[in-house]
Design a binder for this molecule. Structure first.
Ligand code: IVH
Length: 568
């Protein structure tokens, strides 16, 4: 670190450039150069200086990445040059046909830029004199929406470009959500009783189209830049040269991109990327191939809405057709009833699929799904398979309507659907299915992390009436566990040790483990931070809860009713 400056203006400038550097290393290069605590310390110092010196505030400061005020609606944005689409090819023959046309136009001697095709949302970033002015969606290619307020919260989108840059730089890329974050967001949505997103692409697009930027800021979105629109100066004569340049400006590009030559190399690259697909942290659905030299691109030009110098070579769809044999209804921890499709097993992209999520009743109605229907199931990476559509042309008339239960499939108590909610719920607190899910949640890795207490054990412990509530876990003895089927002394001992070890957890994990409706991991953390001890949380009134960041009326009501329930 350089020497501290004493003048606020100098210190502010210095802090900004240090924070930008660390942020670039972390989010763009994936090479952290500072601990989170040290970063926060610098960040807070800058924040304090800016608050004390309003004149020094700047919309491009690193402190301004957290998301400003909500807006009413997005305004339209006309792209200076249209954002084109790609023509798709699906096999080596079609790919070869494309290459043949390239060869006809530019001769045998050409290089190709190859990179994955990201399954996200297309975006254009407009920088004027190195500063981010606008971020716009593709829209119809000519006119998109100005979503700057959301895009500026993305950590890998620099607000200021680095080094010498042309006055006008329009960069194009894809905004994506990591599979890991997609799972986390959907888990949170479920704990909050909201319908989950169907796939990471929808989650990314949904986040970018939120009017409140603080939501996008929390989603952990990222970007891969893959091209440019208008540049006020020429900076390269090839796509590979251009990508190298934009990388030096601090923009994030994809590390799997390569310059290659010839059809054999394309096939090899395609196979390699397809093999790596499931291990990647993000979704892709093919590769993109572009003629590398701009002179070659100009030679080919465009046809209608897509260039002749580029193609998308798509992976085989991870889709299959099969019959819907039944729909079963599962009861979750909060009592939400989830319909699950029971399918005639079908191989989708090398994995046998026999179950698929149907989310909720609205989804069934939207699909107009009936038992006996032939359906399209789609699998995306490690995301839960989904029923995509109904093949209505295959209907025989013998299909049966799906009747949503009015009684809980576990305890037979009545089910209700509350105003404004997507989910049906069983409200019986003693419902065995809810109990079992609540205990599984309590023991889960991200909650109390009781290693070895799997689903089968929980079910047996409940069945044998050895536990009725998760607190009973702490009364269990080795002799109790030995009463369960197929449990030896060693595993009994191990489980007791694991339960014992879980007594020592952070308050945040414990609050999360309680399974209070609408209290996900994040809210649990904020509650722990605010109250500090369990005692203080237990004594909290609704008004006290309102003082906790991000806790509003519904969450506070849910917490209070949980805490006041003697059974808890
Ligand atoms: S290059 C002339 N490269 O696919 C078009 N596009 O149908 C230049 N996409 O909406 C696009 N990954 O946003 C390019 N590596 C990649 C891509 C990519 C995804 C999207 C793009 C566009 C669509 C084209």
């Amino acid at each position: 670190m350089t020497k501290k400056s004493s003048e606020p203006i100098q210190r502010v400038t210095q802090l900004r450039s240090e924070l930008e550097e660390h942020s670039h290393n972390y989010y763009v290069l994936d090479k952290p150069t500072i601990s989170d605590e040290a970063y926060d310390k610098l960040f807070n110092e800058l924040l304090a200086l800016e608050e004390a010196n309003p004149k020094l505030r700047d919309p491009h400061s690193p402190t301004q990445k957290v998301g400003g005020a909500a807006i009413d609606k997005f305004s339209k944005y006309r792209h200076a040059t249209p954002m084109l689409g790609l023509q798709n090819v699906y096999n080596d023959e079609e790919m070869g046909e494309f290459c043949r046309r390239w060869e006809e136009a530019v001769g045998k001697d050409y290089s190709i830029w190859a990179e994955p095709k990201f399954d996200g949302m297309a975006i254009e970033l407009v920088y004027e004199k190195g500063r981010l002015k606008v971020a716009a969606t593709r829209g119809d290619g000519e006119v998109g929406e100005d979503v700057t307020s959301n895009v500026r919260t993305i950590r890998s989108v620099p607000l200021i470009l680095r080094g010498e840059v042309p006055d006008i730089v329009e960069v194009r890329g894809e905004i994506i959500l990591m599979k890991e974050d997609f799972k986390r967001i959907n888990a949170e949505k479920l704990t909050e009783g909201e319908p989950p997103f169907a796939n990471p692409r929808n989650a990314a697009a949904g986040s970018i189209r939120q009017l409140d930027p603080s939501i996008a800021a929390k989603r952990n979105l990222t970007i891969f830049c893959h091209g440019v629109g208008r540049l006020s100066d020429e900076v390269a004569d090839s796509h590979s040269g251009l990508m190298n340049r934009i990388k030096t400006w601090g923009l994030k590009t994809n590390p799997l991109a390569r310059r290659i030559e010839g059809q054999e190399a394309i096939k090899k690259y395609f196979t390699k990327i397809e093999k790596e697909r499931d291990d990647l942290e993000y979704e892709i659905d093919g590769i993109v191939l572009k003629l590398d030299l701009f002179a070659h691109q100009r030679e080919l030009g465009n046809v209608a809405r897509s260039p002749r110098w580029a193609m998308a070579y798509k992976f085989k769809a991870q889709e299959g057709n099969t019959r819907l044999n039944d729909v079963i209804f599962q009861v979750g921890r909060t009592g939400a009833i989830t319909p699950v499709a029971v399918l005639e097993p079908v191989n989708v992209g090398g994995v046998e699929v026999s179950r698929a999520s149907l989310h909720n009743e609205d989804q069934i109605l939207a699909l107009d799904l009936k038992v006996g229907d032939y359906v399209v199931v789609k699998r995306a990476g490690d995301v839960i398979p989904e029923v995509q559509a109904v093949l209505t042309e295959k209907r025989t008339g013998k299909e049966k309507s799906i009747v949503f239960p009015t009684k809980c499939p576990s305890c037979n108590d009545k089910i209700v659907r509350e105003e404004g909610e997507a989910a049906h719920r069983c409200l019986n607190i003693a419902c065995p299915a809810k109990l079992s899910e609540a205990i599984k949640h309590f023991a889960a890795k991200r909650a109390m992390n009781i290693e070895g207490l799997g689903d089968k054990w929980v079910e047996q412990l409940l069945e044998k009436k050895l536990i009725k509530h998760f607190s009973d876990l702490y009364e269990l003895k080795e002799s109790d566990i030995l009463k369960l089927e197929r449990q030896g002394e060693r595993s009994a001992e191990k489980l007791i040790t694991a339960i014992d070890r879980s007594r020592d957890v952070t308050l945040a994990r414990f609050i999360f483990a309680l399974g209070i409706r609408l209290v996900g991991e994040r809210t649990a953390e904020l509650l722990a931070l605010h109250f500090g001890t369990l005692d203080r949380l237990l004594k909290a009134s609704k008004e006290d809860l309102f003082n906790v960041e991000e806790v509003g009326e519904t969450v506070a009501t849910s917490i209070v009713s949980f805490l006041n329930d003697t059974k808890n």
